[in-house]
Structures are given as structure tokens and as C-alpha cells.
Design a protein around this ligand. Structure first.
Ligand SMILES: NC(=O)c1ccc[n+]([C@@H]2O[C@H](COP(=O)([O-])OP(=O)(O)OC[C@H]3O[C@@H](n4cnc5c(N)ncnc54)[C@H](O)[C@@H]3O)[C@@H](O)[C@H]2O)c1
Ligand SMILES: N[C@H](CO)Cc1c[nH]c[nH+]1
Ligand SMILES: [Zn+2]
Length: 860
């Protein structure tokens, strides 16, 4: 397509011409009229702006939809190359035409007002469009010029234009001006015309013919009007009702054919029952048609009907498909998921009366913008995706080893949840199950820890080899934070009240005090001294582990409570170096809550890193990060696997607190249980993660009480912001119905839960029968939340059945015991012979000798 034969310059009188002019190409609007004209411009119209004032905001015109802008040479200089040349036309005085070439690299055209120039049929400057305006045009002369002196385009103020079929001495006919360059190479003088659909992406509807007369009528009425070779003027839809709204008319490059873009109404374009003369639409255009017709008459009960009427369902499907598209890997899978997403996105558009064409228009408008936003995700999404073990999409793309970045766990549905189906735990009666089935109830989902260890190896290795630089690079990659230093050293800034409100500070203080009180009480203050035989004194005393690392998760939630639970016992135990590791926020900062706790517990430094790289840095040390002797703390699979990996590397010489896994709770309830409390306890754990384990053991529950508990689970869960996560966890959870308290306790001891909550008539008495559990919550008023945050007990507890052999984190976890003995000479006389005899028996003569030489000395 070439430059339109003329460019209408809109003046205040021109608004009535806009519907016709907008069909034919861009219009030129002086900046002083932009505000008045834009609202009256047909939606499909394209426009240029002529910058009339020296202080015109050119960038903003372009950003807001102007295709091109006409500027003076001084305006051009001020722009200093900010605007692509395709978007700029330089306005020159007629005596300046000779300098146009100097600007050719910065502009796409020149605009000259000249009574001389417009008569010059030979004004051609290579690679530049030429727009000519005669200050006092003569319409008939102009028409002649347009016919003969293309490629120049003539700028014609609308006061000289008329929506008429014929040009007069005062006004140039719009359609005559437009058709002036057209020629026909057919004997009948007609012009082949391609009709295309404006609102479909597969556009051609068919081929027809036009005459000057039909085009003129089409332009003046803004309807599809053609020239039938048999029946003369053909006003499309005149008899069938299948009229066409005309959107644009264009000449082809050599001015012998036309294209009409239309919105086709009624039964369609072709006389056959098909969408186009070339067959039916396919793909996205077909889908759009289908959805439109379904919107009008979807069968009751059909899925499409459901998505049109259930906004929440449609919303959740869009979110779900977007996530699936991000997670798809192969090209087939990506196409498959993109198709799903487009289906639901288009359903949303159609249900709101938005067509594909409208979407394309929005795209075109966006493409005209020249100032671009940075393109970062909104914090809401960034927080969901960045650096949490679940937001695989963001982390994955820059993962060092391709296959490795997909977490094995499902991604929590942290999108707005709209699934209204009942949230329900399955239930089983223990006595009805055989031994195998009963055993299965004790199992947690298998975590493929070996596979995860393989995945974290390259990350840990990189920190080990590249030190701080590698660590920074991975923090940038996984947590999107570009740090100048990996650590934050004290004194830490005190969070302002805006950052950390007084009531939150107070709550942290209460938790800190209680946890400290309980953990101080656990500390051994005196050595244990025992005389095992006269003169043989054994003792055991405690020493802090000098350097500890505490990991505070920061992926999906900020966990100052974990900072307390790990920082306080480290402080109480007297550890000299406490490194607190936590993933930084994308701006590189640490949450004020965690910062405040770090101050309270007096950490040596905050390591601003998360995941496997943080564990690697603490295990091996870097220039900035002190190497530690033991690493504590929960975390996602990357953290846990890295802890397991470094613990087994003798070079690292580092211990870990315990094997960690998804959080768990087992609630035992009898007839006295309050269903509201029971449900709330189950959900408080279910909201942690989709892999949380939630078990209710019901002792002789009546149907009514069971029903009430189930109802409460459903009602309370649906009111939670993390309902999607809770729903997933509840799906995998179970209610175990038993006949007696004994049966319940036996089951619980076998299960060895991380948290055990007793909703029992005689809860306190039952505690003595508990053999395996991380922490017990006794009676109706002891929710697990108290232990999670502030009662004083620690919330870092053994999961996955490890409560059979592990304790939760406590003060002693941060200390080690040293034993000593003092043997007096009398003591050695008494003890020595037994030692010698045992050493001889083991064949270890040197051991025996060490005693013999002393006994010999004593016997002198
Ligand atoms: N048992 C407990 O006492 C307890 C307490 C609090 C939290 N938790 C658990 O801790 C976990 C916290 O997990 P989180 O994800 O929120 O935070 P997190 O801090 O454990 O993990 C975030 C880090 O994981 C790394 N990571 C994420 N995706 C990665 C990928 N694809 N490749 C490499 N590294 C990646 C990033 O470095 C990121 O910094 C949850 O499962 C929660 O239930 C347990
Ligand atoms: N319940 C978690 C341990 O399983 C700890 C926690 C932190 N915040 C809330 N709860
Ligand atoms: Zn919790």
C-alpha cells in the first residue's frame, strides 16, 4: 500500500467529514485540536498530529496513539533521537527543501507548505514521503495534481473538502480525490476488490468488483457497496439484511485494485452457508464465531454456558491455564496449553462484548507507544513467582541445569481461588481396614530426596567454587535481587513504625520473651559430676556450638516466627557466630519483621540468600559469609536437599538439625470436641502447603458431630485467603474413625506426628500415654498456633514419622556435651586392672600398657 493520495488536515469545520475520511487513511490533527477531535474520531481511524506549540509533549502524543507527528527542525533537535524515524515528519519552509536530505536519517517524510512546491511534479527525495500543501488550493487543480504527480501526498485542510460525489470550484470531493490515481486494467473498467473481515484474524471473505460510483457510495455511506458485473450497483445486504459496516478502503500499490475491510453482519458474506467464499473460518476466528453464537444461545447445562454465567469459574480457568502454559515444556504442550488459555481468554472477551478486533486494536495501540514500562511483574505476581520453591516458572528459565529446576511438588494454587466444590476429607473406619491398609495410613507422600539432592548439587558446587560472586549471581537468578553485598552486618536499622507497627512489634516481643524463657530453662548450667568408683569421677558439661546458621524461609511467606524459634535457642545456648539466612526481597531488602527479630537475638550477620545457595554458602563459607558448624531450619525442597547434601560432605564438616519434611498435624477428638475448634486446627496446618499432612482421629464420634466437623472444614476453609492450598492439602488428608481412646493413642504413636492436638475430655491425663510426637497441644484451648508462634515451645519439629527418634529443635540442639574424668591414684589402683584385662582381651597392648606403666609407678 502506498501513501494515501491526500492527507486531510482537520480544522474545526471538519468533524462531519471524519466518518468518511477515517475510511481512507490517516488524518492530520493540529495539536491545538487534539483534545477536541480525538473523541469524535471513529475507533478505527489512524491519525497524525502536527505539533503546533514549541512545548508540545510529542512523546505523549505518540504514546497515546498518534501514528506520526509533524515537527519543526528545532523540535526534532530537542527530541534527540528518542523517536523512531518512521514516526516523524519534518515540516520545512519552501526555501528549506534543499536541507531535507540532511535530516533523512531522522525522519520518514517532509511536509512543505508552498504554492511553488505543490506545483512541482518532480519533487522527489529518495526514501522520504513528501507531503505538499498549497496555502490557497484550487480544488479542480488539486484533483488534477493528485491524478498525475503521485507519489506525493497532498495535505488538504478539511475546509476545502466535501463528502460529495463531485468536485466543485470550492470543494474537492473526498471520493474523487481518493480515486484520482486509480486505473483499471479490465475491459469493463471495474476494479477487483478484496473484501476482508475486520473482526477476524483470517481476513479474506471474498473477491468482488468496484466502480468509481460504487466506491463513492461506499465512502459516503460507510457501507459495503460494490459493482455487480451482471446487476449493476450492489449494496451488500440490501435484500438479505447481511449488511456490511465499512471500516477501511485502500488502494493497492499500483492503484489498480482495492481492498475493503468490513464488519459483516447477518448471515455472512458468501451466498453459500459458509463463513467466507473460500470456506469456513478456522482456528481463532472460528472459535470467536462459535463463542459469539454460544453467547446468544448456549444450550442449558453446556460448559460454555457455565463459563459465560459463572464469572468465578471463568476467572479460575484463566488463571489455571496461564499457569499451565508457563509450566509447559515441549512445543506441542505449549501449543496445547496456549490454545486452552486463548479459549478461556476469548470467552471472557466475548462475554463482555469485546471482539478479537478490539483486542487487535489494543495491540496496535500498544505497539505505537514509544516509552516502554520496565515490564516487571506487579509485586503481587512477583512475590508469588519469585524465588519460592513453587514459582517454578520464574526461576526455571535461568536454572543452571535445565532439567533440574522443576520442583517435584505441585505448584500451590495461590491464584484467587474460585472452586466452590465442597472441601472434604475422606474418612475411614480403622477396624474395617486390613493390616496393609492400616499401615498405608501412616505413610506420608514419598519425597524423592535423592533426585532433589542431584538437582541442588550444581547450585551448592557453584557457591563453593565461585564464592560470593556465584552466590550473588544465583540470588539474582532465583530471588531477582541484585545485591552489592551478600550480607547485612549489624547494627541493623530499626524498622520504622510504618514498616513495623507497634502492635506487631509487641507481639514479637511477647513471643521472643516466652520462647526465651522456655529455652533458657532448658539450658544446662552445671556440669553433671558422678563418682562411679572411689577415686573415679566422671563429668559431663555443655559447650555451645560456636558457629551456627539458621535458615528462615522467605519464599511464600515471611516467617519471623521461625527466626524466633531458631535465633532464640542459638542466643540462649551462647553460640558465638549466628548467621541468619533468608531470601531477600527483589529490592534486596529483608522484611522488617525478620530484621527486628535478628536484632533481638543478636545475629552476627544476615545472609541475604535463600534456597540451596544459602545452605551452600553457610556450609563452606565465602569471603563475606562465615562458615558455620551446624545448619538449622525448615525450608522448601531445595533447602532441605542442600542440607542433606552438605551434611554428607566431610569437607564441609557441617551438621544439620534434622531431616525436615512437609508440616503435619494429627488431631484426636472425642464426643466433647468442639467441631469449630477441631476444623480450625486442621486448617491451620493445611494452609501451610499443598503437601501438609492433616489427620483427624475421631473416637466414637456421632454422625452429627462428624457432620458438623466436616461442615466446619468446608465453611472455614472457603473463608481463607489460602483456600486453594488448604483445599489441596485437605484432599490428601484423612479422618480415621476409631472405637476407643486406646485405639486412637496407638494409632497416633505409630503415626508419630509433628504436632498432636488432643480434643479430649481428659486430655491432660492422656499425655502420659503419648510415646511419639514432636509437640503436644493439650485440650480445647491449646491450638497449635500458640506453639507455632508464642507459647514458648519450638515450632521446628520432626516430621514424616521422625518423631519416633528425633526431638524438636531446643536449646541443646545448639550445644554439644563434653565429658571428662578425673582418676585419682587410688582410683587407678582400683579401676586399672579391669582396663588392662579388657585391653588384653581386645589385643590392644598399647592401651593395656598405658595403665600398666602407671600402676607400676604407683607400686614403687
Ligand atoms: N516445619 C517447620 O517448622 C516450618 C516452619 C516454617 C515453614 N516451613 C516450610 O518451609 C517451606 C518454605 O518454603 P518457601 O519456598 O516458602 O521458602 P524457602 O525460603 O524455603 O525457599 C525459597 C528459596 O528457594 C529457592 N528456589 C525456589 N525455586 C527454585 C528453583 N526452581 N531452583 C532453585 N532454587 C529455587 C530460591 O533460592 C528461594 O530463595 C514451606 O514448605 C513451609 O511449609 C516449615
Ligand atoms: N506450623 C509450622 C511448623 O510446622 C510453623 C509455623 C510458622 N508459622 C506458622 N506456623
Ligand atoms: Zn503453622
Amino acid at each position: 500500500m502506498s501513501t494515501p493520495p491526500f492527507l486531510p488536515l482537520i480544522d474545526p469545520s471538519g468533524s462531519t467529514l471524519l466518518p468518511s475520511l477515517a475510511l481512507l487513511g490517516p488524518v492530520l490533527i493540529p495539536s491545538t485540536l487534539v483534545q477536541a477531535v480525538l473523541p469524535t474520531l471513529p475507533p478505527q481511524a489512524s491519525y497524525y498530529v502536527q505539533a503546533e506549540n514549541s512545548n508540545d509533549d510529542i512523546i505523549s502524543y505518540l504514546d497515546n496513539g498518534a501514528q506520526k507527528i509533524v515537527v519543526t527542525s528545532s523540535q526534532l533537535e530537542e527530541l534527540g533521537g528518542q523517536v523512531p524515524k518512521e514516526r516523524l515528519i519534518l515540516k520545512l519552509d519552501e526555501q528549506e527543501i534543499s536541507i531535507a536530505q540532511d535530516f533523512a536519517q531522522q525522519i520518514s517524510g517532509i511536509y512543505v507548505i508552498s504554492s511553488i512546491a505543490h506545483t512541482s511534479k518532480s519533487l522527489v527525495i529518495p526514501n522520504l514521503e513528501i507531503y505538499l500543501q498549497n496555502p490557497s488550493p484550487n480544488p479542480t487543480e488539486l484533483l488534477e495534481l493528485i491524478k498525475t504527480s503521485r507519489p506525493s501526498s497532498y495535505v488538504i485542510p478539511t475546509e476545502y473538502l466535501a463528502a460529495s460525489a463531485k468536485t466543485t470550484s470550492t470543494h474537492l470531493s473526498i471520493s474523487e480525490a481518493f480515486l484520482a490515481p486509480i486505473i483499471s486494467d479490465r475491459p469493463d473498467g471495474l476494479f477487483p476488490t478484496i473484501v476482508s473481515s475486520s473482526n477476524h484474524s483470517i481476513k479474506p471473505l471474498g473477491l468482488v468488483y468496484s466502480s468509481k460510483e460504487s466506491v463513492t457510495e461506499a465512502i459516503l455511506t460507510q457501507k459495503g457497496v460494490y459493482q455487480s458485473r451482471k446487476h449493476g450497483l450492489w449494496r451488500k445486504g440490501e435484500t438479505s439484511g447481511a449488511v456490511q459496516e465499512l471500516i477501511s478502503v485502500k488502494l493497492d500499490c499500483d492503484n489498480d485494485a482495492l481492498t475493503f475491510e468490513v464488519v459483516q453482519h447477518g448471515s455472512g458474506f458468501c451466498h453459500l452457508p459458509q463463513s467466507t467464499c473460500f470456506g469456513n473460518f478456522n482456528g481463532i476466528s472460528k472459535l470467536e464465531d462459535t463463542l459469539k453464537s454460544r453467547l446468544e444461545s448456549a444450550p442449558e447445562g453446556s460448559y460454555t454456558k457455565r463459563i459465560f454465567t459463572d464469572e468465578k469459574l471463568l476467572r479460575s480457568k484463566i488463571m489455571e491455564e496461564a499457569e499451565e502454559l508457563c509450566d509447559a515444556k515441549t512445543s506441542d504442550h505449549i501449543a496445547f496449553e496456549a490454545a486452552d488459555l486463548l479459549y478461556f481468554a476469548l470467552a471472557r472477551c466475548i462475554s463482555k462484548g469485546v471482539s478479537l478486533k478490539d483486542v487487535e486494536k489494543a495491540l496496535d495501540k500498544k505497539s505505537l507507544k514509544i516509552t516502554r514500562r520496565k515490564g516487571d511483574a506487579k509485586p503481587k505476581w512477583e512475590n508469588k513467582i519469585n524465588g519460592n520453591g513453587n514459582g517454578e516458572s520464574a526461576s526455571r528459565e535461568s536454572q543452571p541445569v535445565k532439567e533440574e529446576s522443576k520442583p517435584t511438588e505441585p505448584i500451590p494454587k495461590s491464584f484467587p481461588e474460585v472452586d466452590e466444590s465442597r472441601i472434604k476429607m475422606r474418612n475411614v473406619t480403622l477396624s474395617e481396614l486390613n493390616k496393609e491398609e492400616q499401615k498405608k495410613l501412616l505413610l506420608r507422600p514419598v519425597l524423592n530426596s535423592l533426585a532433589m539432592i542431584d538437582k541442588v548439587k550444581p547450585i551448592v558446587e557453584r557457591v563453593r567454587k565461585e564464592g560470593d560472586a556465584g552466590l550473588k549471581a544465583m540470588t539474582k537468578q532465583f530471588d531477582k535481587a541484585d545485591l552489592s553485598s551478600n550480607v547485612l552486618l549489624p547494627p541493623f536499622a530499626t524498622p520504622t513504625e510504618e514498616e513495623l507497627p507497634v502492635d506487631v512489634k509487641k507481639a514479637i516481643d511477647v513471643a521472643y520473651d516466652n520462647v526465651k524463657t522456655f529455652h533458657q530453662a532448658q539450658a544446662e548450667t552445671k556440669p553433671l559430676i558422678v563418682e562411679t568408683m572411689p577415686g573415679v569421677q566422671c563429668s559431663r558439661f555443655v559447650r555451645p556450638i560456636a558457629r551456627v546458621g539458621v535458615y528462615v524461609p522467605g519464599g511464600t511467606a515471611i516467617l519471623p516466627s521461625t527466626a524466633i524459634m531458631l535465633g532464640v535457642p542459638a542466643q540462649v545456648a551462647g553460640c558465638k557466630t549466628i548467621v541468619l539466612a533468608t531470601p531477600p526481597r527483589p529490592d534486596g531488602s529483608i522484611s522488617p519483621e525478620v530484621l527486628y527479630v535478628a536484632k533481638l537475638v543478636g545475629v552476627t550477620c544476615i545472609l541475604k540468600a535463600g534456597g540451596a545457595q544459602a545452605v551452600g554458602a553457610m556450609a563452606y563459607g565465602t569471603e563475606e559469609v562465615p562458615k558455620v558448624d551446624k545448619i538449622f531450619g525448615p525450608g522448601n525442597q531445595w533447602v532441605t536437599a542442600a542440607k542433606m547434601l552438605v551434611q554428607n560432605d566431610t569437607d564441609a564438616l557441617v551438621a544439620i538439625d534434622m531431616p525436615a519434611g512437609p508440616s503435619e498435624v494429627l488431631v484426636i477428638a472425642d464426643h466433647t470436641a468442639n467441631p469449630i475448634f477441631v476444623a480450625s486446627d486442621l486448617l491451620s496446618q493445611a494452609e501451610h502447603g499443598t503437601d501438609s499432612q492433616v489427620v483427624l482421629v475421631g473416637i466414637n464420634l456421632s454422625n452429627k458431630l462428624l457432620q458438623d466437623i466436616e461442615d466446619q472444614i468446608d465453611i472455614q476453609a472457603k473463608a481463607l485467603p489460602r483456600v486453594a492450598i488448604a483445599r489441596e492439602a485437605i484432599k490428601k488428608s484423612v479422618i480415621v474413625l476409631v472405637k476407643s481412646e486406646k485405639e486412637a493413642i496407638e494409632f497416633s504413636n505409630e503415626y508419630a506426628p509433628e504436632h498432636l492436638i488432643l480434643h479430649l475430655e481428659k486430655a491432660e491425663k492422656v499425655v502420659e500415654n503419648i510415646e511419639n510426637a514432636g509437640s503436644v497441644f493439650v485440650g480445647a484451648f491449646s491450638p497449635e498456633s500458640c506453639g507455632d508462634y508464642a507459647s514458648g515451645t519450638n515450632h521446628t519439629l520432626p516430621t514424616n514419622g521422625f518423631a519416633r527418634q528425633f526431638s524438636g529443635v531446643n536449646t541443646l540442639s545448639f550445644q554439644k556435651h563434653i565429658t571428662s574424668q578425673f582418676v585419682s591414684s587410688d582410683g587407678l589402683k582400683l579401676l586399672g586392672p579391669s582396663v588392662v584385662r579388657l585391653a588384653e582381651r581386645e589385643g590392644l597392648e598399647a592401651h593395656a600398657n598405658a595403665v600398666r606403666v602407671r600402676l607400676a609407678e604407683l607400686s614403687k
